[in-house]
Structures are given as C-alpha cells and as structure tokens.
Design a binder for this molecule. Structure first.
Ligand SMILES: O=C[C@H](O)COP(=O)(O)O
Length: 314
C-alpha cells in the first residue's frame, strides 16, 4: 500500500520509470450507502447528547467566506465571530476561518493570540485549472502570509480523463509546498459522477499525503451529502486499517442547519468512532451554519427559539 520511497510520492523504480502505489479501491454499493447514510440521520438523540453535539460542531467548524466581494472588514468581523461565537463561556471558538489567500494576512492579524486557525483555499480555487507552478506558488504565498491550513482542489477534468498519477503527483507536490501547514484535499464530489470515483479519489489523496479529505468547494451542486461523506469516511477507515494513519474528514458546502451538522457527527461516530470526534480529525466547512447551531443551542437551553436578529449575520 505504501508508495515506493516511503514519502507518498511516485518514486523511480529499478528501470528508472516512476512507480506508484496501488490506487484501486473497493466498489461502492450505491443503494446500501445511501440507505445507511439516510438511516443514520434518523437516530433520536437525547437532549444532553444533542447539546454536546451542537457545541462540538461549533468547535469543529471552518467558518467560511469565499465570495468575490470579500473584504478586510468582512473577514475581520467573521474572525471576531469565530473567536467568540456567543457571549456564553460554554460556547467554544470555531476551529478555523476559511478565506481566499489575499485575505490570509487580515485573518491572521485578527485572530492573533487565539486558538482559531487560518485556512486558505489555494491551487486556483475553485476550478484548479492553472499550471502546477502557479498553483504551488499560490500555496507557498498563502503559507508565507500565515495560513495554518491549505484547502486545495484537485483537477477534476484530469481525474475524469483517467490521469490518476497526475492527480497523485499534484497532491504530493502541494503537500511539499505546504511545509508545516496542514493539507485538505477537495475532491469536488459533485463533479465526479460516481461513488466509485469518489472512493478512488479519496485513496489517491490519502496516499499522496493529504491530512484531510474534503467533499466540496461550495461552488458546485450537489456539494456535501451524507452518502458521499459516508463513502469518504469508509475510505478513511480502510486507510487507517491498512496504514495506521488517521486522516481527517471535512464535509463542506450546503451545510446550513444544526440538524445536518448532527447527522454528520453521527456518521463519523458510527464509521470511525470517538477518536475522530475532534477538530484535529473532523471539520464542517460552512458559511451559514453557525447561527442555526446557536439558535438550536438556545432552544435546548431555554425551550424557546431566539430570534435570528439576536445573532450577527454569518
Ligand atoms: O469550504 C466551504 C464551503 O465553501 C462553504 O460552502 P457553503 O457556503 O455552502 O456553506
């Protein structure tokens, strides 16, 4: 399973030709995976467990803004919200802020001294369709500006054309460009067409050095779904059994409600166990989820919904 050379990169074999690890992955039973993912969303959850899950979903949130009109003012405000989502000391800070590279210095400055990380999309997000050297420079610059985490996109066109080794090499090169920063690899599952290709892409990303695998950019529909997340979680589980390495998971895109967030937490717990219920190994990427989670927490605490006006806009 491990790549020759042991560093996750395609390495030169005895003949001088590059050799690669085995990318093959088990086929996915579409009906089974969709049924199981849906069933896990129907579990009834006790009040205390629900409150703990809602608090955890805030601690695992990559609070995101990825709009062309993003400004230093908007990012600074979002950073304040990520550091202190609610006046109650019981409510934890978010895991990270996720922004375009140009806004990394603003976020870094606003978050100084806090536990909230700066994540940045790079590699010609959201398409990934620039030359590799341009994409790597995008990554190096975001890291130099202070990004703790890089969310890269894969070139879906290349993957769909069967260029698996190119995808592997690009991810491995991006990992190297990240230095100490953690690498999340976005598969953009809504463009991959089949669960089998999602499973294979997960395997390629993990073998190439991904710290996390992530479903979507948030720019393509469908984005994260419970079923596609389950396929990726199962790939992470099997990779762990084969290598002993724990890879993180980030569903992102279209996650707007506390109910959806809790569903994802149940999927993780049931597939990977409690070891993955930590922001080091699980994130929710979302631009408009936080307020609903805060409202549900308030409802659990007081029995009544607080008006949406009580929270700053996500
Ligand atoms: O990486 C996170 C996504 O871009 C957020 O997508 P969203 O705006 O649908 O929550």
């Amino acid at each position: 399973m491990a790549a020759e050379g042991g560093n996750g990169k395609g390495a030169a074999g005895p003949s001088g030709a590059r050799t690669y690890p085995d990318f093959s992955a088990p086929t996915v039973d579409k009906v089974m995976v969709e049924e199981r993912a849906a069933a896990l969303g129907k579990r009834s959850i006790k009040k205390e467990t629900k409150v703990a899950g809602l608090l955890l979903s805030i601690a695992m949130m990559d609070l995101t803004t990825l709009e062309g009109k993003d400004s230093p003012g908007k990012v600074t405000q979002l950073c304040q919200k990520a550091m202190r989502p609610h006046a109650s000391p019981e409510v934890p800070p978010c895991a990270a802020i996720c922004v375009y590279p140009k806004l990394v210095p603003v976020a870094k400055h606003a978050l100084a001294g806090s536990s909230v990380k700066v994540a940045s999309v790079a590699t010609a997000f959201p398409s990934g369709l620039s030359a590799l050297d341009v994409k790597l420079e995008d990554v190096r610059r975001a890291v130099a500006w202070g990004a703790d985490e890089i969310d890269m996109v894969i070139d879906r066109g290349a993957l769909l054309a069967g260029e698996k080794t190119r995808i592997f090499d690009e991810i491995a090169a991006t990992k190297e460009a990240c230095g100490q920063a953690h690498l999340k690899v976005i598969l953009e599952t809504g463009e991959l067409g089949t669960y089998d290709l999602v499973r294979e892409a997960s395997q390629i990303a993990m073998l190439a050095g991904a710290d996390f695998i992530k479903t979507s950019t948030g720019k393509v529909t469908p984005a994260a779904t419970p079923a596609v997340t389950l396929v990726m979680l199962e790939a992470i589980r099997d990779f762990f059994y084969a290598t002993g390495k724990r890879i993180g998971m980030k569903p992102a895109g279209g996650i707007r409600t506390a109910k959806q967030a809790l569903h994802y937490l149940v999927l993780v717990k049931e597939t990977l166990g409690d070891a993955w219920l930590t922001p080091d190994l699980f994130r929710l990427g979302a631009s408009t989820l936080l307020n609903d989670v805060l409202m549900q927490l308030e409802k659990e605490r007081t029995g009544a919904y607080q008006s949406g006006d009580s929270f700053s806009k996500d």
